[in-house]
Design a protein around this ligand. Structure first.
Ligand SMILES: C[S@@+](CC[C@H](N)C(=O)[O-])C[C@H]1O[C@@H](n2cnc3c(N)ncnc32)[C@H](O)[C@@H]1O
Length: 283
């Protein structure tokens, strides 16, 4: 079954962690999403699909932009995240709808949407060309695609530095840069190729950078402690450390604490975060 691993992950431990720390994650990713929302420029009355919408933050932003005459549908494979999105929608009284499904499958009538949008929800397909080709069919002729995806790990210190710290104590497993995951669209040429083969044109990637606050606090010690908690909650370091022998884990955790304390400044730890704001049109 296509995307089986991701569907399992986002309905299992990964989805649960995202749910627990959803407010924190929304704050950390807001600036990158804002740049993509600006590029998407949703208009009153438009029909929009938010791909991999998670707990719905950008669905609500889009709903405000399209207004009462428009519609926004959020699609996601994660039952726990979509349940949270539905609760939030009810509390905000916004006319949005959600669909629990794999966005790469034929789900919607052809030419239903004016705009396909995503904040970090399109890098998880096993076969991205097939997935985007299917999604393109749901766009009206000339319809728009706009999404935010991370640039490579080398441009995202919030991800790279904690891994580098624990690499002093444990051997990091090899990773395939194109494998489904947060950095699958790090290479611009890959994004162009995938979207081109899927039937999009006018593909543009605009580099966007904003600080990623890995730790906040009133002084450097507090910021370092907060950063340590954050790194141990969501992301690859927590997963890698959980699989280690206790003695190795203790050594790696000590290296991580020391590295974060060195990085901490008066106002916290601000690390580089870099995304592509990608736009394209249905050819
Ligand atoms: C990094 S999270 C981003 C969530 C949300 N867009 C946000 O910005 O908070 C990636 C999301 O993509 C969803 N996802 C992964 N593969 C998917 C697929 N094939 N179809 C639909 N959603 C998928 C996950 O369940 C998860 O909610």
């Amino acid at each position: 079954m296509a995307n089986r691993q991701q569907i399992e992950d986002w309905n299992g431990a990964v989805g649960e962690r995202w749910l627990t720390y959803n407010d924190w994650l929304d704050r950390r990713t807001a600036a990158y999403g804002r740049d993509a929302l600006d590029a998407a420029a949703a208009q009153p009355g438009e029909a929009v699909l938010d791909i991999g919408c998670g707990a719905g933050a950008t669905v609500f932003e889009l709903a405000r932009a399209v207004g009462e005459g428009g519609s926004v549908t959020g699609v996601d494979v994660s039952e726990p995240l979509l349940s949270r999105a539905r609760e939030r929608a009810a509390a905000l009284a916004l006319p949005v709808e959600f669909r629990l499904a794999d966005a790469s499958r034929p789900l919607f009538a052809p030419a239903r949407f004016d705009l396909l949008f995503s904040r970090f929800g399109v890098m998880f397909f096993d076969d991205p060309v097939a997935a985007f080709a299917e999604l393109r069919k749901t766009l009206k002729p000339g319809g728009r695609l706009a999404f935010a995806c991370w640039q490579g790990p080398d441009r995202n210190d919030w991800y790279r530095w904690p891994l580098r710290a624990i690499a002093e104590a444990i051997a990091l497993p090899p990773s395939d840069p194109d494998a489904p995951g947060p950095f699958a669209f790090g290479k611009p040429e890959r994004v162009r190729q995938v979207l081109g083969e899927a039937g999009f044109d006018a593909v543009e990637l605009r580099a966007f950078e904003a600080p990623f606050y890995l730790g906040e606090g009133d002084d450097p010690d507090a910021a370092a402690a907060d950063a340590y908690d954050q790194v141990m909650r969501v992301g690859p370091v927590a997963r890698l450390l959980a699989a280690q022998e206790p003695a190795v884990r203790v050594r790696a955790e000590a290296r991580l604490r020391a590295a974060l304390r060195e990085l901490a400044r008066e106002r916290g730890i601000a690390m580089m975060g870099a995304t592509w704001t990608v736009t394209a049109r249905a050819a």
